[in-house]
Structure formats: C-alpha cells, structure tokens
Design a protein around this ligand. Structure first.
Ligand code: GLN
Length: 557
C-alpha cells in the first residue's frame, strides 16, 4: 500500500533552524541566517543553508536586477537569489541550486509528478502534496550536504499569501521531527519614534501574533533597528511574544555585515541554539574572522574605486562586487571607497569624467543590453590611456575589446552584436550554441568552468597558478575572427577555456589592466579575498602612493 500523503517520514536525523521575517522586508534576514550558520560552524557543527523564495519564477535568472538585486551564480550554473552569496561568504562553503527553493520549482515538480501519474489518481492539493514536496526538498538538501543542521530562510514577510505553504510545511516538519530538532527564529523591526527615539514593540507583537496564528511559536526574536534595545524593551518583547528574555536579541545596524555573528555571539545566541537543538556547545572558534574585522576597522588611508554600471541606484545589483572590496579592506587595511557612476550619465557629464580621471582604480562589472554601453567604453578608454588600474568583469571585459578595437585598431564602429546587430566589426558576438536558443531561463553559458592561463602572463602571476575554475554567465564572447588583430605587442589574450574561448585580456604596457569573461566576485570570501580584486586594490594603492608620496613637513617662511 502506498504511504499516506499526510505522513512524513519520522527519521529524526536532521535539525532545522527556520528564519522568518516580520513587519517589513529588507531587514537583513539573509545576513541573520548566514550569521546563525556561522555560530554553529564556529562550534564545528556541519551546517548548510537553504533559501525559500516564494515567487513563481523557477529561478532568479530571468529577473531584472532592479527587482531583487544581483543574480548570484553557483558552481553548478544555477542563477540564484543574492542571499546565496551571503551564505557562501559567511559559511565559506560553495552551494548548489537545490539550496534555492522557489514556488516555481516546487509547483513544477508537483505538476510533473501529477502528469506522470505518481499521485495514483488522488486529487493533488496544496496540503499535503505541495507541502510534502517542500519538506522532501528540505530533507534532501540537508542530506546531500551532509549537514547536521539546515537553516531555512523564508523569503518575504509573514502574512504574505505566497509564503503560506512554506510556513505550513515547516510547521509540519517541526512536528514530524519532534522535540529538540527545530528552532524558529523571527526577525522583526523595532522602530524608534519621537524626539527621544522611543523604541516601539507593537509591530513585533503583531507579526509574532501572525506567526502564532499559523501554528509557529518563535524561540528566538532578532530585533533589528537603528539602536541597541534596552533591557526594558527586551523584557517587554519577551512577555508579549512568549519568548524567554535570553531569546530576545538586539541587532542594531553595523558598519560592516561581518560583525553580525559576533553581535549574536555576545548575546549568547550560539549557546541558546545549541540548547534548543540539543547540540554540543563547544567553545566557538573565530580567530581568522576576528583578525579580518580587526584589520578592517584599523584601516590606514583610503583608495577610491570607480564602479561604472547601469544599475547603480540599486547597490544590491552589484552586491558581490561591493563585498569583494570589503574582503580586500579586511586584508589590506586600506579603506576602499566605492564611487558609483551611472554609465548612461557619464559621457554626458564632464564633471563626472573629470572625477573618474582622478580615481585610483576603475571596475566595469557585468551587464546586459545596449543602455549605458558607451559610458562603459568611455570609462575603459580613460583607464587604459591614463594608466588607471582597471578590472573588467564579463561585459566589462567584452567592452574592453570593443574599446581597443575602436581606439587602437581604428575600427570606429566596432561593437558587440548584443548592442549593434549590424556592426561592420562584430568584435564580440553570440556564442555558437546560443544561436538556436529561444528560451531565456537558464540558457546562458553558466557556472564553474576551467580557465587555462598563459605562463608568464599577469593574470597567472596574480593567481599564482595557471589553471583556475571560475563562474560564468554570458551569451556573447570575443569573436575569434578578430583575435589576430586584437592581439598586439601590448594587448594579449592570456586565458582560454578548455574549448578555446577567450577568457582573459590584458594590456601589457599598463600598470594593471585586466578583463575577464567570468565573474570572480562570486568567489571572494571574507577569509579569502579574490586574487583579482586584491591585485586591483594593490595596484590602486601603488598608484596613489606614487601620485601623492608622504606629504612633506610644512615649512615656515
Ligand atoms: N551581456 C553579456 C553577455 O551576455 C555579458 C554578460 C554579463 O556581463 N554577465 O555575454
């Protein structure tokens, strides 16, 4: 007899921490979840993290960065929510696509099963079939990752219709796993109002009530807000929300997100979770993490890095780039000031151009479409001709080829066919396998690919090796027909994919000018900044030191 769809397996192997959000979105739930994972990892407990995005898209790949910020690419080529990037950076672990669950993926799986006849003639319903699929996916992720604890971040805000089946599934899972196997963590906002900045607990009370109405009682409340909570406010939240006083945690805004695990640790959250989940509470290990933060805080001097893109009003669109620079700051001990330039405005605004010319380094990140391209080309020309350290990522690499073709080889109308399909000089063109592709979802050249670097190239010197794996996300490539012309004494291709595509371009007669077809930003970690970012910042520091050597002592006439 087939098992009843209402009965989940009783195996109690996995432990689950559910992180939900209340009041408003954008409270840093992803950072909270990542930090909680770090607390357990610091105690030697194998953990992993899974993100639930309750939207109907199957993955984030088709979404405009203005909607949810950057699309984060995983090794296996999954185009995921940007929180997966936070998880990887905080845990120092690489994740795969099953760690990003969406309503689209769940419904697709359920509908495929229904079409195959797997439900044996039953009426297929949200409960138990959709919830069953959610529970199965969570257990599978934990098992495949070999994790003792899986943290599940539920996107959106409690009360949203979309997230209901997920919260219901998590409630059921908690019941099935039994005592000591689940912890519910609720992240809320405690706003302050009035001239004395009085902290208000009412929104928290309401959102906890919402959660309890669906059968979930939080064990821990993470209160976000501008300032630390007073003991009185903590006690009030504890009383009204039925959470022990040591379970009300204050996480005020931090100068850098990597402080959050230590803010939680200082309030006993690591030990609290170990008690709740019946885990051994070993002394946590944070040596490298603390060292990173100490260097980050005691910066001496600063460099200004210009970032030229088209989504600059929304910083989340370039999150992994900003984080990569934070990682460099925590290792090089120099403040890195990112200056954002709207690529569309740049060519029209001489004062922006003048400011860019004074930058210590320039980064042109990835992008799509024609808007803003001329500004990127202009920025690259400035960096190349003035000896400003330059790193071009993906589109920033393709546009470096376009800039070189136009301004050095004299091919004035050179372009990518993505921008100008009828350009006489298609220096960048569609990948062969893309020509027959009509679907937009998950069809680019995606994920980790091997890149072979030329001996004695700058890029090989930066990595300290001649073979690397880097993550990709592109449809276009350097046109091989132009390679002979692009390759000159001073400009070389110095990295190739195994199947011969150009992956790296570098200018030889320049202090630092590198373009890469891949996305190094996705692999940078606080404990290990990416070598390309590190080298760019080091080149910026070197340039600044030459431009302004230590100021001479003032003289008095
Ligand atoms: N639009 C370019 C391509 O599809 C670059 C992509 C990117 O920067 N991620 O190849």
């Amino acid at each position: 007899m087939a098992p009843s769809p209402y009965e989940g397996p009783r195996s109690a192997a996995v432990k689950v921490i559910v992180v939900s959000g209340g009041v408003i979105s954008g409270l840093g739930k992803g950072i909270t979840t990542s930090s909680l994972g770090r607390l357990l990892k610091a105690r030697g407990i194998p953990v992993t993290i899974l993100k639930i995005d309750p939207y109907l898209n199957v993955d984030a790949g088709t979404m405009n960065p203005y909607q949810h910020g950057e699309v984060f690419v995983l090794d296996d080529g999954t185009e995921a929510d940007l929180d997966l990037g936070n998880y990887e950076r905080f845990l120092g672990q690489s994740l795969v696509g099953t760690h990003n669950l969406t309503t689209g993926k769940i419904y697709r799986a359920v509908i495929e099963k229904e079409r195959r006849g797997d439900y044996l003639g039953n009426t297929v319903q949200i409960i138990p079939h959709v919830t069953g699929e959610i529970k199965r996916s969570i257990r599978e992720v934990a098992q495949a990752a070999g994790a003792e604890v899986v943290l599940v971040e539920v996107g959106g805000t409690v009360g949203d219709i979309e997230s209901m089946p997920f919260l219901e599934a998590l409630r059921e899972l908690s019941y099935e796993l039994g005592e000591g196997h689940t912890a519910f963590v609720h992240t809320t906002l405690v706003p302050t109002v009035g001239p004395v900045g009085e902290a208000k607990t009412k929104p928290t009370q309401h959102s906890v009530r919402e959660l309890r109405a669906i059968g979930i009682r939080p064990n821990l409340i993470i209160a976000r807000g501008p300032a630390p909570l007073t003991p009185e406010i903590k006690a009030k939240i504890s009383l009204f929300c039925d959470v022990p006083p040591e379970g009300v945690i204050s996480v005020p805004d931090q100068p850098v997100i990597y402080e959050v695990p230590l803010v939680l640790e200082a309030q006993g959250v690591g030990s609290f979770l170990c008690r709740q989940l019946d885990l051994p509470d070993r002394p946590p290990e944070y040596a490298a993490w603390k060292e990173f933060l100490a260097t980050y805080r005691r910066c001496e001097g600063s460099v200004e890095v210009a970032v030229v893109g088209k989504y600059v009003e929304l910083r989340d669109a370039y999150l992994s780039h900003s984080e990569a620079f934070h990682h460099c700051q925590g290792h090089l001990g120099v403040e890195i000031r990112l200056q954002w330039y709207d690529a569309e405005d740049l060519p029209k605004n001489p004062s922006l151009v003048a400011r860019l010319e004074r930058s210590d380094a320039v980064l042109v990140p990835g992008g799509f479409g024609a808007r803003g391209v001329e500004g990127k080309v202009r920025a690259i020309e400035i960096a190349r001709t003035r000896g400003i350290p330059y790193l071009g990522v993906c589109y920033g690499f393709q546009m470096a080829a376009v800039e070189y073709a136009r301004n050095v080889l004299g091919l004035a109308a050179a372009n990518s066919t993505e921008v100008d399909p009828s350009t006489p000089d298609p220096v960048v063109c569609l990948l062969e396998e893309q020509k027959a592709q009509s679907d937009l979802g998950g069809t680019m050249r995606l994920g980790a690919q091997r890149v072979v670097l030329s001996d004695a190239s700058r890029v090989a010197q930066v990595y300290g090796q001649t073979e690397v794996w880097e993550r990709h996300r592109h449809r276009y490539e350097i046109n091989p027909a132009y390679l002979d012309r692009l390759r000159t004494e001073g400009f070389v291709d110095s990295g190739r994919s195994v199947d011969g595509r150009v992956e790296v371009l570098e200018a030889r007669d320049h202090p630092f000018f590198l373009g890469v077809q891949f996305h190094p930003e996705f692999l940078s970690r606080p404990e290990a900044p990416h070598p390309l970012y590190r080298a760019l910042v080091q080149a910026a520091i070197a340039r600044k030191e030459v431009a302004s050597p230590v100021a001479p002592a003032p003289t008095f006439a």
